[in-house]
Design a protein around this ligand. Structure first.
Ligand code: PPY
Length: 500
């Protein structure tokens, strides 16, 4: 078989080192040798980044940004040359880079997890400990980051109308999402490149989701492979899949069929990213990464303004349109949800087209700056769906972006959302504290839910109704300002003076 031939072919690192040019480019990934010469122009991240590793071991660069099977999926077997001769591998004591040392030191001096009392606290620690590249990729928003800040600030314009003197001894806040039980009205939404923050990447989320009875949406661009993430789930654990539709529809069809076969319970098609937004913090990091200034001026034809995230987005099909939905319905029986709906007209169209729901989302403020926050358009979406006679039991509305508190979630539920998606807070949690951080974030939210439900006078989510909130000022958008936790917020013990 192909594999056994491949395994028999032993290649030394000296041999690999000779193929270090554009004309003949071999690289080593996970101890295997690949000829990527012909693949260079097709690499979604550009040829330059591969050429940096021509003739060398690229595993360390490859790992956080590719699922393990990306290379075998994309290179024909004839380009899988063999395995590296272990005797030829120089035992290098891998020197930690200056940044790695600093990150390790900051992990030593971070506060104990028990000192984190809110999701904001966890985010503060993540910002403190994380390597710049990871922090900038996760935290960045598009352009002036107005939408990103608005996402959370919009929740501040909704106030409660609590009820008193109800027996709130027992409060429950479990519900169902697409018919599947969840312990809280939230799910872990998809975020890309999970290993930038922690070596176990998305598996931290899978494990915590299992322990906490929460549903995880698996990203198309996870760092861990789909099979690894499914493999880490418990037998009954419900997972959804987020989907970027590929220009090559066969790739998408394969992903969708594999997902359905493996038991994925819902397909969330991302519709707000025909092109990736400009996240300047991230772009700036990648700019330094692609090589020296001299290289840049040497005339190689690389668009350095893009940044790697934008470059690798070239597989996403900008021609995707409403007519393609029929095709998606034809290849799967999984419920289809559109993720990234930003006005009521599109929500109504999604319902009329046969979708099972929509996520009112602006992609965490990473796409169109000045797109409204999901929570802000929720009331008009609910009103329009009602007007269009859409049955709320067969069409669910979710909101994501800026959710940091159970009180935020209850505001969304009061206004008609079935659940909310939470992304960044959970990846910050594992970047700072591993799986324990995610578990802590879940504990905090549970605790906040219990308190908020009692103080609101609601014993179950059915009792969290539109009358329980005053959203009259919701659409009075203020220029996003910094709030308490950005300026005079008392930082965690131990962080004073270390970050501004
Ligand atoms: C994002 O960064 O917001 C994403 O959705 C992930 C992504 C990353 C790189 C290319 C395309 C999408």
């Amino acid at each position: 078989t192909q594999t056994s031939q491949f395994e028999e072919n032993i290649i030394t690192t000296e041999q690999v080192a000779q193929h270090n040019t554009r004309e003949s480019c071999w690289i080593i990934v996970h101890g295997k040798v690949y000829d990527v010469t012909e693949f260079l122009p097709e690499h979604p991240g550009g040829s330059r980044i591969i050429l940096k590793y021509a003739g060398k071991d690229a595993t360390a660069e490859y790992d956080p940004i590719h699922p393990p099977d990306a290379i075998t999926e994309n290179l024909p077997p004839s380009k899988h040359l063999g395995v590296v001769d272990p005797a030829s591998v120089e035992e290098k004591v891998t020197e930690m880079t200056e940044e790695e040392k600093q990150v390790a030191q900051r992990h030593q001096s971070k506060p104990p997890l028990s000192e984190c009392l809110s999701l904001h606290d966890i985010e503060t620690v993540a910002r403190y400990v994380m390597a710049d590249k990871a922090w900038m990729y996760y935290s960045s928003g598009a352009d002036d980051e107005m939408t990103m800040r608005e996402n959370h600030n919009a929740y501040h314009r909704i106030w409660f109308r609590p009820r008193i003197l109800r027996d709130v001894t027992e409060v429950k806040f479990d519900t169902k999402i697409l018919g599947h039980s969840t312990q809280m009205p939230l799910y872990i939404t998809a975020t890309a490149l999970g290993k930038l923050g922690h070596p176990d990447g998305e598996l931290n989320l899978t494990r915590s989701a299992a322990k906490n009875g929460i549903i995880q949406m698996i990203p198309t661009l996870a760092s861990c492979s789909f099979d690894d993430i499914r493999g880490a789930a418990t037998p009954d654990q419900v997972q959804f899949l987020q989907l970027y539709v590929n220009k090559n529809r066969e790739v998408t069809e394969r992903i969708v069929r594999r997902a359905e076969k493996s038991g994925i319970k819902g397909l969330f098609v991302t519709v707000d990213a025909p092109q990736l937004g400009r996240r300047e913090k991230d772009m700036r990091m990648k700019f330094d990464d692609v090589g020296s200034k001299e290289q840049a001026e040497s005339g190689e034809n690389v668009d350095r303004s893009q940044g790697a995230a934008r470059a690798i987005s070239s597989f996403i099909d900008p021609s995707l349109n409403w007519n393609d939905l029929k095709w998606i319905f034809s290849i799967t029986k999984m419920p289809i949800i559109l993720k990234g709906v930003q006005c009521w007209q599109d929500a109504v169209m999604a319902a009329k087209s046969g979708c099972a729901g929509v996520v009112l989302s602006n992609h965490g403020g990473r796409q169109l700056d000045f797109a409204p926050s999901g929570i802000e358009i929720l009331p008009e979406v609910m009103a329009a769906l009602k007007h269009a006679n859409v049955d709320s039991s067969s069409f669910e509305v979710y909101v994501d972006g800026g959710v940091r508190r159970a009180s935020d979630i209850l505001k969304a539920v009061a206004l008609g959302a079935k659940a909310v998606g939470i992304g960044r807070p959970f990846i910050y949690a594992y970047s700072a504290y591993g799986e324990a951080g995610v578990n802590r974030a879940m504990d905090i939210l549970r605790d906040e839910f219990e308190m908020c439900m009692r103080l609101l006078g609601a014993r179950s989510l059915d009792e969290v109704t539109p009358e329980m909130v005053n959203a009259a000022n919701l659409t009075n958008v203020d220029i996003p300002r910094d709030y308490l936790f950005h300026s005079n917020y008392e930082r965690l013990n131990g962080l004073h003076g270390k970050i501004d």
